[in-house]
Design a protein around this ligand. Sequence first.
Ligand code: BGC
Length: 901
Amino acid sequence: MKKIFFLPISLLFVSLFLNAQIAVTNLLTENETNPVSIDAASPRFSWQLTSSKKNVLQTAYECKVMDGKNVVWKTGKIASQQSVMIPYAGTALQSGKQYTWQVKVWDNYGAASAWSNAAVFNMGLLSAGDWKAKWIEADFAEDSVNRPAQYFRKLFSLNKKIKNATAYITAHGMYEAQINGKRVGDYYLTPGWTSYNHRLQYQQYDVTAMMSNGENAVGIVAGTGWYRGYLAWDNNKNIYGKKTGILFQLQIEYSDGTTQTIVSDESWKSSYGAIRYSEIYNGETYDAREEKKDWATVKFNDADWYNVTIGAADKANLTATYNEPIKKHEQFKPIKIFTTAKGELVADFGQNLVGWVQLKVKGNKGDKITLHHTEVLDKAGNFYTENLRVAKQQTTYILKGGEEEFFEPHFTFQGFRYIKVEGFAGQLKPENITAVALYSDMKPTGTFTSSNTLINQLQHNIQWGQKGNFLDVPTDCPQRDERLGWTGDAQAFSRTATFNFGVNNFFSKWMKDLAYDQQPNGSVPYVVPNVLGAGAGGSAGWADAATIIPWNVYLAYGDKQILKDQYSSMKAWVGYMEKASKNYLWNTGFHFGDWLFYRPFDDNDGRSAVTDKYFIAQCFFAYSTQLLLNTATVLGKTEDVTYYTNLLQKVKDAFVKEYVTANGRLVSGTQTAYVLALHFDMLPESFRKPTSEKLADNIKNYGNHLTTGFLGTPYICHVLSRFGYTDIAYKLLLQETYPSWLYPVKMGATTIWERWDGIKPDSTFQVPSMNSFNHYAYGAIGDWMYRVMVGLDTYEDGPGYKHIKIQPHIGGGFTHASASLQTYYGTLSSGWKTEAGKIILDVEIPANTTATVYVPAANAEAITENGTALSSLKDITVTGKENDFVILKIGSGKYHFEVMK
Ligand code: BGC
């Protein structure tokens, strides 16, 4: 009987599913899957459509948000194509609550989906008043030289059945928390780095499963971190404060509906323990003999612990964590353990990475093992650390003796490929050491591959440059005494970054800090968070991170919020330049210029590619004004549109008057000068083509080498392609000798180097004062590889890949190049192949988007899709012909084009 009843129901489901044919998946709240800590009053919802059909567009949606069984928002059926970032508009969301939401959609075939699976989001603590916890600090005199980590603990008892328990934690310094002896969460280096003077992120954890009935213990250890550690130079420390402290609040909801809150307050105890020292640049010292075994459990006796004092800090600056926290990622075993000529015991992990090394060791009490970290070996194969400047990058572990011991650092990170091991008794084996990569937990979104293995290694290096330097803030480098949020580096790399990983929230968070750290006169600091002082700002190409990054994030994700949030910051930066200029010419102040441009030693021929710094400043003045104008247009600020349209013209006129001769010659004849003038449209139309010819000649004159620094490099290949010189762009890309992208690859690089010649052909180094081997800026070529070479792009009229542009540029002797990107709409991919007599182009377009595809073909008759002539396919519209491309309009689906040559 049972079976007979069961069958028809399952059939019913199958037939419902087949009829529906459209489903909704990948629900995102504020760009995250089931985020745990939202403090936006109107979180924004996105979803993806999946369908077996082609050309699918959403025609309507219905969304509902639930608080348990109560509906707090129901949109009803809304006729709209929008499936990305729909703001919540129901009754006010409440602090600490969990909500679920679901969506259903209708498509252009008249089909309706079922309700999606429910997605979940948790609200954070929305106002300062929701914090019942007090800031606490240790109440003992600390060793002011080493400043060991401080330990805090507290017991509490729970006597009823628990429904859920949520912990909210943050620190002055860095913290790790335990409940009943177990680590809370899998985030590292928390609370991350923000402009602490203005705002501090807290983390929110679901700790329900960690609670036990009866007595419980919470323990938190706080280290020095960015808050009071050494940052920048000249023994600069205590930038945000002198004392570490913690803030903890645990909210418990019992099954009977009652609640209880456990908070940090005067009832806690404090002490010190095994973490004797930790500094970001210098590493950590852990003395296992000082371990307080089970210090975060109930059974521990804290009779000799100290009291705590209450810190004065207020809570108005607390904010939920918006970006993805730092997590552990790849692990590496040494590929080689060896002794150098100098007699050093060295392990090579085969990849330059950022994180730390885990140590497993058995030995005697008091044995001391020190791991030194570095990126490269010198010419003679010895351990080389000079380029770390004063950063020690060293972790020391002192054994307690007995069983096998395990150590990994807590409040520091290193940039390294090699470690030198001191004090290891016996033979060091691969099982003793594991390198762990730590970086912000951004979703991997992009893949790029081609028929050239060197270029594939370059892509690998670009991605690892990003992994190593996207550590809560975008850093310039992760190893020497710097590791700061250099604005110029970040803006140069920002568009490339959007291809490799989901960086919307990462940049949105950092841009807020940029705005906070901006000076009242609009000047933008060299580094964000600004630890260099109020005067350290206003450099062209660095400060323009204020306009360039929001615009790039908007293009990549279609997220208007970042434009709204940053609008006054963008305006303030342009206002700063406007004020600093005379007759719209900005030629004052300090500028880094085209940082690290090509400059040969003993330059008798004047081959150094020096670009006038004020010429550069004027170009960025225009570019930022243009981006502000674009933003004003998107946001519908009509008065500003008029104002900045006029300003832009005046800035360009002033440029031409000052830097361009009547015959169209530029005062600086460098690649960067040509590139900026062309990319930012600084020149009158009639001068553009001749200038592009000069750029092409210049490159030939340098034997197809680039000479650009940080500011010219991101755009050089784009400009070449725009003016019909993709062949030269390919020559630059494929150049294997210095200066070029592939020179470091040929020299064995596994990340992007700071300098084109970090290691010289004779294996000697560039100057140690400025020679990082993990500096992502020059990785900005990735943007051209994705957008031009493979040809995956978005139109500005449908940013975030709502309206996709696919235009492959075949060349450079490649027989294949392909890329994929996880967009908010779903998977987008494109790949081309050349085969005898034909070109193959495979494309995947996500549902609810449209694409304009430029197929490299002489005419539409030469093209087939999946074996069928285009003329017999009604889903594909041929809209025109441009140069060597036939232009098609297509909707979602997978397409296999072949072009007969
Ligand atoms: C950093 C750079 C930064 C530069 C400013 C350096 O020390 O490492 O990448 O942009 O200073 O010119």
